[in-house]
Structure formats: C-alpha cells, structure tokens
Design a binder for this molecule. Structure first.
Ligand code: ATP
Ligand code: MG
Length: 595
C-alpha cells in the first residue's frame, strides 16, 4: 500500500510546526549533530556518524490502553512531519510508571501505527524504544544534578510540601531540607535508591526557585520512592522518575529535535528547557537539545477520547470490546470501516493549532465518504425487506424464468466491470418503498404508479397485502414488457421512482449492523453529567437484510456503497464470505444525524 503521505500527495497546508521545522532546517540548528546508531548519552552520540535524520520526532504512548482517534492525529502529525522533512519518527513506549504493562496494548499500539501506514524502521534500524531502558541514565542524571547543586532530597511530609508550594498568588516557602550539603543529598539519594526509605518518605527535587510565578518551576519533584516491580527492570529500582523529568531525558537520549505534545504540557516547557540545559552543561546529553512544541489536542464531538473512559466502557460492557465499531479507538474505527487514508485526510483537514476547540464528528465522516466514494464498489441491499410479487411474470416470461441484469461495479470506472443479479417473479424491496396512499412527493410504489426497478424493468404497482395487525406482508405489481434497462425500449415509459431491490431467487441473507453515534450529546460528560448516562440507547440496531450476490462473496473488511443507504463494510471479525455475511454501516450517504 502506498503510504498516505507519499510524494504524490498534494502539498499540505503550512502550520506553526512546519514553520518551526523549516526555520530549523534553514538555520541548520541540528545539522552538526551526530547519532550513535541508538539512543544514548552525549559520548555515545559523539562517537557516531552525522545524524542521517534531518529531524527526529517521536510518538510516545503509555502502553495502558488502545489508541484512539486523538492518538491518530498525533501519529499522523509526528510520522508525517518526519516523512515530509527527511526525518525519522520514533515509536517510544513511555513505560516509566511501574505498572503492569500489558503486551496486548503494546502489540495493539504497534498494529495501529502500521495500519495507519507508518513505520519506525529507517536506515535498517528499528526506532522502537522503551523509556524504561533509560532508567540507569536517568539515575545518573539525578546524581549529576545533586553533585552540581541543582537537586536535593526533601523529607518534608507530602502535606508540608503541598502547603509550602504556595499557589498562584502566593510564592512558595523553601523546604528546611533545601540547604543540605551536596554530600548529605548524595547519601540520602543513594539511601532512597538502595531501598532504605519507605514510599512517600522522601523525594528528590530540582532546586530552582520557590518563588517562581510558574508553579512547575517551584522545585519540582523528579524522583519518588515506590517499592514496586517494573515489567522491564523487575525489582532493580524502588525509585522511579517523574514524567516531567523522564520525558525530556528520553527525548534527549534519542536525539529528538522537535518534541510535539499537547497544550497541557505548555507550563512544563520551562522545566524541560531548564533540565536539558543543565544536563547539556554537564556534558551528559547531546546538544543542541530537543525543543518542546505544544498543539491543541483533538476533541471530537459525540465520542470520548480518554483512555480511562474508553476502558470503563469496555470493562463495564457498554460496548463489545476495544474494537467495538462505535468506539473512536483505532481498532474500533477500523472495524467500523474507516480507512487509514480517511484518518489521514481527516488529520490533514483539521490541521494543528494552538487553541483548544471541538471538531464536529461529521468532519470525520465526511473524510471517510470522500475517501470511499471513488473506491467502494456499489451494491444493492434491502435492509427492511418485504416481498414484491410480479403477478404477470410467468405469463410474460415463462414459469421459473430468471432474467439476468447487471450494474457497474463503480459508476465512474467502467474498467471495474459489472456485477450481475437476477430479476424474477419475486423481489425483495424496502418496506418504506410502498404506501397505500402516497404522501406528497412520494414517487415510489403505490397502487397505479409505475416505477423502475433499478437496472431491471419498469413495473406498475397493483396493490398490497397486510396481516391482521395491518403490517405489510406483500406488494404486488405488473411487469411493463420490453422496459429492461439497457434495452432499446427502456426509456419508452417515463417514471419518477427508481427502486432498489434484491432478487428472492439469488439474494443472500445477511446480518447488517446499523450503527449510530455512541453518545446522544456532543460533549458526553460535560459539566456535572456522568458520561455513561449520555450513552445513546439506539446506537446499534441489528437487522436481517437481503443483499445482492456480489455481497455474499465479499471479503472481510471490504467496503461497499449500498445504493441509497450509505457505506458498509464486511465485518472483519464475524463476516464469513459465502457462509455468513455480516456488514457494518460505516456512515450514511450524507450527513443526516439529528435531522
Ligand atoms: P489519555 O488522556 O486518553 O489517556 P494520553 O495523552 O494519556 O491519553 P498517551 O499514551 O500519553 O495518552 O499519549 C501518547 C501521545 O498521544 C501523546 O504525545 C499525546 O500528546 C497524544 N495524544 C493523546 N490524546 C490526544 C488527542 N486527543 N489529540 C492529540 N494528541 C493526543
Ligand atoms: Mg498520558
């Protein structure tokens, strides 16, 4: 498959990140850097070659859940920028928390990145890293900061620490431990490392400025004690770095140039710069250091994009799993019928900005339609079937006769050939295509009206039968001879209605899952509301449909436009070609939500 950002794709609109990168490339900011072939400290890189990557970006997920559409934006952004500017994007598992890592999530994340069309392999190197591999270096950096007088072990209680931090209007108060000697700090740090202190009894803090207007600069904690086993390093460590300390170091060891994150980290940037400047001065990390740039996270209406909430929906079985087609997870979107190209198009269209905003869910659906319209094969399906009997068929055509009809696989691409199906005495039609008395503007089936059975004959409706409850059980019509589509007489009879149908003789029974939005409000959980109470009770309706023969043969994951109905995909899990066809509705033909 061609990568969604290969050279032929149209130039992307510029944005502030592209401008920063172009400026850095013009000025040669990172041109002189060397790369040691793998992540490492300054000495490691100094022994390497000139960095073959013009820029390095990274996508750094925590392996604690499946990725969602917001992550897709970040993946498209980071891998896309690297591709466009001769760079390399790393996939880094941010696993510095000693939590149980689930292999399922790690594999899921790798699959998602690959499926979106990206790779972390470049120059015969796999740029797949895990942050916990840097624990040794992080501890070394911590000792360095202590030795340089830039960090101290604080043994205030957590309550004292909180109280002494101050707030927006009030400067913090220095800890009584702040003036300890370097030797004493080193001894205490090693005691922390060696397991001599209990969880919560001490932390290592950077020594910056307790009066800083930026609270993040008021001697932030950089290491804490946690006697917990880590999936990668086992019980080697009982102290673990804080995210704000770990992340800049991870970036620096990996020679990242542009570290792109979401806006909530903006206030952390001064510490990011402070730390890398200190470690650069000490000759520990390569220079010039990476820089952090923030963009607005994706907020998409009618879904939730927090891993915690998604996990809750899965764990409490509000949905069938992480790949439920109603979820905005990448596996869910994929199963729903979304394509990598549609997500790429969506990411390009929403762009990046510095201001938080909400993107309407329909933007995602429009990108999907734009991608599928030229690709998806057309087919007929009857989702709410009722039988129509052509009462004069045997008399005109002979008993048991079936008349072959055909239609283009794609209306704008004759080369894709034609699909064939049979017209006969009995056809499945949509229940809503018949009315006893037509409402204004109704041109479909009602007694006395003529319509074209699409790609087939013109028929004249003669009546219908109903059961005791009044439900429609059968529609009757008469064939108008010599009107088959594609024959000379086809246009002799003018009709206003065009009816989609499936032959009873060759139609295939299929399960069709009609998905709607999972939430009934644009911002689930906004305000005081519990997001679970805003789940749309009608987000899934399963129907038994009849579909034309080509759909019975569909391959799992194949996408179609069901004429009149919208886009559908053969479910990648449950569909069995030729045996048990199962289709998911991806989206309607046009935006009709709430209308
Ligand atoms: P969540 O809050 O859903 O758990 P997260 O930010 O904690 O998400 P991470 O695994 O830490 O998840 O995210 C990996 C990367 O994806 C980060 O760089 C983060 O900035 C980015 N990211 C996460 N959510 C979004 C979003 N909604 N829009 C854009 N980028 C996102
Ligand atoms: Mg996170």
């Amino acid at each position: 498959m061609a990568s969604p950002t290969d050279k032929e794709s149209p130039a992307r609109p510029s944005n502030f990140l592209r401008q920063v990168i172009e400026r850095d490339l013009d000025q040669g900011t990172y041109a002189a850097r060397q790369w040691g072939g793998s992540p490492g400290d300054a000495a490691h890189h100094h022994h390497g070659e000139p960095d073959p990557a013009k820029i390095r970006t990274r996508f750094p997920p925590e392996p604690n859940g499946y990725l969602h559409v917001g992550h897709a934006k970040s993946i498209c952004l980071n891998f896309g920028l690297a591709q466009d500017y001769g760079g390399i994007c790393h996939l880094r598992f941010d696993d510095t928390n000693p939590e149980k890592e689930e292999i399922e999530y790690v594999e899921g994340i790798k699959d998602a990145v690959h499926w979106l069309g990206y790779s972390w392999d470049a120059n015969s190197t796999s740029h797949l890293y895990q942050a916990s591999d840097y624990f040794d270096f992080m501890y070394r950096a911590a000792e360095y900061l202590v030795e340089a007088g830039h960090a101290y072990v604080d043994e205030q209680t957590p309550e004292q620490m909180r109280a002494n931090r101050g707030d927006f209007g009030k400067p913090g108060v220095d800890s009584p431990f702040r003036s300890r000697s370097i030797e004493e700090n080193l001894t205490r740090l090693r005691a922390m490392r060696d397991g001599q202190l209990a969880d919560g009894s001490a932390v290592l803090r950077a020594k910056i400025d307790m009066a800083s207007p930026n609270i993040n600069m008021r001697d932030p904690t950089i290491y804490r004690i946690k006697h917990a086993e880590h999936h990668n390093t086992g019980d080697k460590w009982c102290i673990y770095p804080m995210y704000t300390f770990a992340h800049p170091i991870e970036d620096a060891l990996e020679n990242i140039t542009h570290s792109i994150c979401t806006l909530e980290f903006e206030d952390q940037r001064p510490f990011y710069d402070w730390l890398l400047e200190r470690l650069g001065e000490g000759g520990l990390v390569n220079t010039p250091p990476p820089r952090q740039y923030e963009f607005a996270r994706l907020n998409l209406t009618y879904v939730v994009t927090s891993k915690r909430k998604l996990k809750q929906l899965v764990d409490e079985k509000h949905v069938s799993g992480w790949d439920d087609p109603r979820l905005p997870t990448i596996v869910g979107l994929r199963r729903r019928g979304y394509t990598p190209e549609a997500l790429q198009l969506f990411a390009d269209r929403i762009g990046v900005s510095k201001a938080d905003s909400w993107i309407d869910y329909s933007t995602l659906e429009i990108a999907l339609r734009d991608d599928l319209d030229p690709k998806a094969a057309r087919a007929m399906a009857v989702l709410d079937p009722v039988k129509m009997v052509v009462t004069n068929w045997e008399e005109l055509m002979g008993a048991g006769h079936l008349e072959p009809c055909s239609a283009p696989v794609h209306p704008h691409d004759a080369a894709r050939g034609r699909r064939e199906f049979m017209f006969g005495r009995e056809l499945w039609i949509e229940r809503t295509d018949y009315e006893d008395t037509p409402p204004k503007g109704f041109f479909r089936l009602f007694p006395g009206n003529k319509v074209r059975m699409k790609y087939g004959y013109v028929v004249e409706c003669t009546g219908a039968s109903r059961d005791a409850s009044g439900a429609l059980t059968e529609v009757q019509a008469k064939l108008v001879p010599d009107t088959r589509s594609g024959t000379p007489g086809a246009d002799a009879v003018k009709v206003k209605g065009n009816i989609t149908w499936v032959g009873v003789a060759d139609g295939v029974k299929a399960e069709v899952r009609l998905y709607e939005r999972l939430f009934s409000v644009p911002q689930p959980g906004a305000g005081e509301k519990d997001f679970l109470e805003e789940i749309n009770p009608d987000s899934l309706k399963v129907v038994t449909a009849y579909v034309e023969p080509s759909l019975g043969r569909a391959k799992a994951d194949e996408k179609f436009q069901f004429e009149r109905h919208g886009y559908f995909v053969a479910d990648r899990k449950d569909h069995v070609a030729g045996e048990k066809p199962v289709f998911n509705r991806v989206t309607g033909l046009k935006d009709s939500f709430g209308k």
